[in-house]
Design a protein around this ligand. Sequence first.
Ligand code: GDP
Length: 300
Amino acid sequence: LVRLRSRLSRSQSTLGKGLLTLLSRDRLDDDTWEEIEDTLLTADVGVAATQELVENLRTRVKVLGTRTPDELRALLREELINLIGPDFDRTVRSVKHEEGPAVVLVVGVNGVGKTTTTGKLARVLVADGRRVVLGAADTFRAAAADQLQTWGERVGAHTVRGPEGGDPASVAFDAVKQGITEGVDTVLVDTAGRLHTKTGLMDELGKVKRVVEKHGPVDEVLLVLDATTGQNGLVQARVFAEVVDITGIVLTKLDGTAKGGIVVSVQRELGVPVKLIGLGEGADDLAPFEPGAFVDALLG
Ligand code: GDP
């Protein structure tokens, strides 16, 4: 929690502290509630969620009558956790099944941290005793396959790659085949994220998925979004969701933004849980997303 707190310090000082300071005012008048609303909106919580939170808080504060800072903090904590949704299943489905290894596709626009996330996730799984094969299906960014292979070597996983500019679907297919041959638990496939034309992306990602499914089901499609891009990230999320069924969201670079509220808006946008969060560039900086711990870190 200490580490999470320090990595989320930018969101904590703006969102968490901001809300607590406003709530501790002597009089919670309309202006204060408006400021609370602004604070939430600035942190990218989103309009509908912000209104819902403020309404719930207002009602509960009224009902409560007397209020101590501790009571208010507890109320805020509870409402924030409710907003994030404590009931989502946030496990990354990575357990091998009868037909073969679990297959995880990692998708997202270039630069959001896809390759890094794939590498970090491999590390987490291997540390957990799983055997992993990596597929470098981002054949368009020259350095991506090298980068992924370096991660693979670090964790002792084979990286399947193709010729530069080659067909991503064929690399993905080969990676799963390799995973079956080696009898590993999980195959993680890093995909290309060129978004210049939606149809291009649609064709490519759709094909990757279809081709991989010749071996068996795809267990997870993780959409990686850069938390620092705000509304832009939501636009990307929408485009990807039209192309493939997203099963989980990875929010990266939460260490570099005060807009931690994006967790709420992106989940609402897609109706899919945030499963992992990126908290830095280091190998250990990928964490499972736990609403309680996240809110505790935000509230400092
Ligand atoms: P890709 O093009 O989506 O595969 O992106 P990369 O994995 O190459 O990452 C792009 C940059 O973002 C790299 O410099 C990463 O180190 C950095 N990055 C990835 N995840 C995080 C994170 O959670 N926090 C921070 N601060 N940087 C990150």
